[in-house]
Design a protein around this ligand. Sequence first.
Ligand code: HSE
Length: 356
Amino acid sequence: MTNIALLGFGTVGSGVAEVLTQNSKRIADTIGLDLNIKYILDLREFPNHPLGNRVVHDFNIILNDPEVSVVVEMMGGVHPAYDFSMAAIKAGKNVVTSNKAVVAAFGPELLTEARKQGVRYLFEASVGGGIPIIRPLTEQATRDEITEIAGILNGTTNYILTAMKETGVSFDEALATAQKLGYAEADPSADVDGFDSCRKICILAAVAFGTLIPYEKVKTVGIRAITAKDVDEAEQNDCAIKLVARAVRTDAGIYLSVEPTAVRRGNPLYAIEDVFNGILVRSKVSGDLMFYGKGAGMLPTAGAVVSDILDIAAKGSQQPIQPLWTRDESAYRPMTDLPCEAAESAAKELGQALSR
Ligand code: HSE
């Protein structure tokens, strides 16, 4: 039996409980272990939920229970989520998170401490919702040299841009629907102003290149200024406007950007619509790889969290491939500084960034 504690019982937390409950037999048959949600930490009570009797309000109950080997942090925000995660790792517990804010701020410290304690810190759900991207990218970065990542990493903005293009609804109407569907962040500014995409590309770049660039450094432009006219004009030019996050590595450093881009028809990112995310990874050995799937929403994100839980439950203390990250803001280069030859190959295929 593997005992799990869920920190946070909002959209993702309740989704994780649902996925684990619905698939308990399949999981037990496959990995030969039962997964038990022993605790749910939340400020609220859930008297009508079947797991309502697992709710606790004091993190120390979880921290001090030696039976809990996996802590799943889905609280949102940096504090106390980071503090709880670090405390759990120091107590010898594995930590899984969907919280990109914590990974983008404290990934190097958490990974280093996890290595020291012989436990794991996994964050598959922090980028790309239901898309398995962190694990494949980690493996790829170990056997291959990744040179570029270009992605549509925010489901809400992609939903809004698709709705504006397909149905002509206003920006505000599309945002309201995205919020209703549970795609948007609590503060939708994180989505529409590009900060969510920015944290995600910083995480992907850290996985790919081993260096975390502080997200505050990255020039980030969101989609607030995109009008119906821009969307129409792009369409007439055989393009679709997407919020594209890019990371390119050359000998000179790591070039990062988040900006609305008129993506050419023919580029794989052109076809990514609605809440879907698409991530194009370019590397020396594999060439181009494309990852595609639902980038937000309760069950897809919960599924990614559960894949990390299963990885831990199945592998136990076996040391996985989990490289450490350094933090180096001096490696950051704005995308506008990307030398012509490098910019040519990637940008020509992608399309024109609208914010320059
Ligand atoms: N608000 C995010 C999005 C949720 O729309 O993509 C997933 O990180």
